[in-house]
Ligand binder design. Structure first.
Ligand code: CDP
Length: 808
């Protein structure tokens, strides 16, 4: 009996290609505890390291006594800055062009700074030893408030660079605690717009210091092989190749003798891009002891020392006509970078991509100025689920446009629609020179408004205010609108590079095996985003091999092609494009082989899902599987054997996904408690590879946005003590607090991406925070409230109600 030939649709479905909600292939191992994380790596003879950390925010180190620690059973070594100086390793370069102390030398500059590294037979002995290292300190005044960091009489944070003319090549400094000033836009044009404006608004909008707090903290196992002079480091690295290059630059080891392996990673969110002292110390300790050394930080260490996010204090200004057309934008920003400038930034952009601040609006004149300052706080400045300061910029703009709407007595949605870039204006060049690729912003917002019943919600809100004034209710209602344009897919190497050395391209290498299965390797590195699932989908649509027959590998610098790694939602825009183009190279070669096998010219063939057919004679055909076998046995003369392709893709532009979010919140004025009643999120990320995974990305990002806007803050008291450095204090929303999400989408393909895709991972974090914050602020606008700073915790909301005279 002849089996019925599969239909085109059946063959397409069997591929599980682009557009399919394919189940995540990673999940069987993740959900059964079979993932291979750094802490699962146990090498023979492996030792463990732990840090002695500073109890002070700012202090001089007078002496360090290792004796008692060295006498602790199991402790083998105690390393301090004095041990690193001969190796010139007491400071390491940061991604921002500054240097950071690996172990504190002479002074400690923030609480929990690394002071000594204890190496022991097990983790417990290392911790016991760390307890017994005696450090004598002389306390110094800390610089805590970034607004006073550049005061005339401010304590100098960094004595090592106090006389440096510039840091990271970013121009003259104004003060020993000043790092750089960065400006963008046209100051004269912006000033003129403000001079001539009918209406202006100004507000200081802070985006508080918070933390990405991935489930797995930073960790590594360093393994130095003395005989062969080879160093292998297994670590939680989002960008393994960059780590290898930095290691080769600062050590005597040549790059080919360094192998960086990122195994499974339990969340990164930007927290695992930078290089931390723990990595350096594990490597040094492995070289010193000749055996592998593991370093795994605990939660408090992660929250208090391993980088921070945001800490941008933005004075925003908008100029507008009386009927709400924005004519000018200005922003003056103080960026608190902590004790070392270790921000993850492209080297030309010390303030990241802050110039996305004009957002989805057609603003004719704008100017921004950002000053980075040193304070006695942890360094880091990670782009927490964000392409380098995008979330800060969008937050400021989305608060400012609401504040302008309030001043003009306009509806927040109406003022947005009035100022949005229209579809006819694409490709649109912003006043800062960014070229937006594609979008229909008004359509997205109108769809969102319709979906939530916006007009009815506003009526209900107005009635609620009346009832509140009449004493019939003590609950107010806020509606938060957020429309955002994201900039992801860093990026064109001509504008974006890391450490001034390597461009932000990415890569894919595909090899099809004789039986028609394939392996593809990438320079990116998934930390939970399911690249093993989705890259295979892109390839399967390109080359007609089922996604289930394609193995995706990332994270081993000995096998993966060089790439910039995964951060700032760049995997789909850059890695995904490399993947599609590598697939196209495979297909082009396969076409030559098919023509040879079918004895026709290449031009006589057409592609049909997984098969090349002769035009006009469709039964004469060769499937990709057949071609794969022939590529190892019967290729046309002059063509090399095998079916392999490599693509290094340097994108021509960023991609600009966007969205329209609406949040409805009920606020109990007497307790300050907020209840999220509804959250609707519409995202447009161009071509959707896996709708289910996109939904998961949006859910996760919104949960983070909820956490940030409603509860998270890493604060410091006047003495420089870090407050909020454990999960007792730092708000991590669980399923109990997290509201329900309604997700939606429109599809506007990216014109310059091979499959029309834009990134999506960070959009919900960028767009979600202003939606929550606008909702809480909106609840009070009818009663005179203008702006309150995040996080909108119950005590803060209650305080605000009190300030407005709404509670006794
Ligand atoms: O760089 P990162 O992986 O963090 O972010 P991304 O490029 O936004 O992708 C996150 C996940 O969403 C990946 O598994 C993508 O393949 C998926 N995605 C998608 O299915 N379709 C898109 N247009 C964008 C992302």
């Amino acid at each position: 009996m002849n089996a019925k030939a599969a239909s085109k649709k059946e063959r397409e479905d069997a591929l599980e290609g682009i557009g399919c909600s394919r189940k995540r292939v990673e999940d069987p191992r993740f959900t059964q505890g079979k993932g291979n994380y750094v802490d699962d790596i146990k090498l023979p003879g492996m030792l463990h390291g732990d840090f002695v950390r500073s109890p002070y925010g700012h202090a001089r180190i007078k002496s360090i006594n290792k004796e008692a620690a060295l006498a602790t059973p199991g402790v083998l070594a105690v390393l301090t800055a004095e041990d690193l100086i001969p190796l010139n390793l007491h400071y390491m370069p940061t991604l921002a062009g500054d240097v950071q102390a690996v172990l504190a030398h002479e002074k400690v500059l923030f609480q929990n700074q690394e002071v000594a590294f204890v190496v022991a037979e097990d983790r417990y002995s290392a911790a016991d030893g760390a307890e017994l290292v005696e450090v004598e300190y002389e306390e110094l005044d800390p610089v805590v408030n970034p607004f006073h960091a550049m005061d005339k009489d401010a304590t100098i944070v960094r004595e090592d660079v106090k006389d440096a003319k510039e840091i990271g090549g970013h121009g003259p400094r104004k003060h020993p605690n000043h790092i750089w000033n960065w400006q963008a836009g046209d100051k004269d044009a912006a000033d003129k717009a403000f001079k001539e404006a009918e209406v202006t608004v100004e507000e200081m909008v802070s985006y508080q210091r918070c933390h990405a707090s991935p489930m797995e903290t930073a960790c590594c196992v360093a393994d130095f092989d003395k005989i062969n002079g080879e160093l292998t480091v297994h670590g939680t690295f989002q960008a393994p190749h960059v780590v290898r290059t930095v290691a080769a630059l600062i050590s005597p080891l040549p790059e080919h003798k360094i192998r960086i392996i990122s195994p499974d990673i339990g969340g990164g969110f930007g927290n695992k891009v930078g290089v931390y002292p723990g990595y350096i110390m594990a490597i040094v300790a492995s070289i010193v002891t000749g055996v592998p050394v593991k370093w795994v930080e605990d939660r408090i260490e992660n929250l208090s020392a391993t980088a921070f996010a945001r800490d941008y204090h933005m004075t925003g200004e908008l100029a507008a006509t009386k009927d709400g057309k924005i004519t000018g934008l200005r922003a003056n920003v103080i960026a608190d970078h902590g004790a070392f400038d270790a921000c993850v930034s492209a080297s030309k952009f010390p303030a990241g991509l802050f110039m996305i601040v004009s957002n989805s609006y057609d603003i004719p004149a704008a100017h921004v100025s950002v000053d980075g300052v040193y304070t006695n706080k942890a360094p880091g400045g990670v782009a927490y689920r964000c392409s380098l300061r995008v979330t800060e910029a969008i937050y400021m703009m989305e608060r400012m446009i609401d504040i302008l709407a309030q001043k003009l007595d306009m509806d927040p949605a109406e003022i947005r629609l009035k100022n949005m870039i229209t579809p006819a204006q694409f490709p649109y060049t912003t006043t800062f020179g960014l070229q937006y690729d594609s979008g229909d912003y008004p359509a997205a917002l109108k769809k969102a408004m319709k979906a939530v019943g916006y007009d009815d919600l506003r009526k209900e809100q107005a009635q609620r205010v009346e009832d509140f004034k009449a004493g019939k209710t003590r609950e107010l209602m806020g509606i938060g609108v957020s429309t955002f344009t994201e900039i992801v897919g860093a990026g064109p190497s001509r504008v974006c590079d890391l450490i001034g050395l390597v461009g932000t391209f990415d890569s894919c290498e595909v090899r099809v095996h004789p039986t028609g299965a394939a392996i593809a390797r990438f320079g990116t590195k998934s930390q939970g985003q399911a690249h093993e699932t989705t890259y295979a989908q892109i390839l399967s649509s390109e080359i007609g091999i089922p996604a289930s027959d394609i193995l995706i590998e990332e994270g081993d610098t000995d096998t993966a092609p060089y790439g910039m790694g995964t951060w700032g939602s760049r995997s789909t825009p850059v890695g995904g494009a490399a993947c599609a183009n590598a697939g196209r190279k495979i297909k082009a070669k396969a076409q030559k082989i098919a023509a040879h096998l079918l004895e026709v010219s290449e031009d006589d063939l057409e592609w049909d899902v997984d098969t090349f057919r002769v035009k006009g004679a469709p039964s004469k055909a060769k499937t990709m599987k057949e071609i794969a076998l022939a590529s190892y046995s019967n290729v046309p003369e002059g063509l090399e054997m095998g079916l392999e392709a490599v693509e290094y893709y340097d994108p021509p532009n960023f991609t600009f996904p966007y969205g329209a979010y609406i949040c409805v919140v009920d606020v109990d004025v007497d307790t300050g408690e907020t209840k999220i009643r509804k959250f609707y999120a519409l995202d447009d990320c161009g071509t959707r590879i896996n709708p289910m995974i996109i939904e998961g990305q949006v859910h996760g990002g919104l949960a983070e946005a909820f956490g940030i806007s409603m509860g998270q803050i890493i604060d410091y008291d006047e003495a420089g003590n870090v407050v909020g450095a454990s999960f007792m204090d730092y708000f991590i929303p669980t399923a109990v607090e997290t509201p329900e999400w309604t997700t939606d989408h429109t599809v506007t393909p990216c014109p310059h991406h091979p499959i029309g895709a834009k990134g999506v991972g960070e959009s919900p974090n960028v767009g979600g925070v202003p939606a929550f914050s606008n909702a809480v602020n909106d609840a009070f606008t009818a009663l005179g409230g203008v702006h309150t700073q995040m996080p909108h915790t119950a005590p803060r909301v209650w305080e605000h109600a009190k300030e407005l005279g709404l509670v006794a």
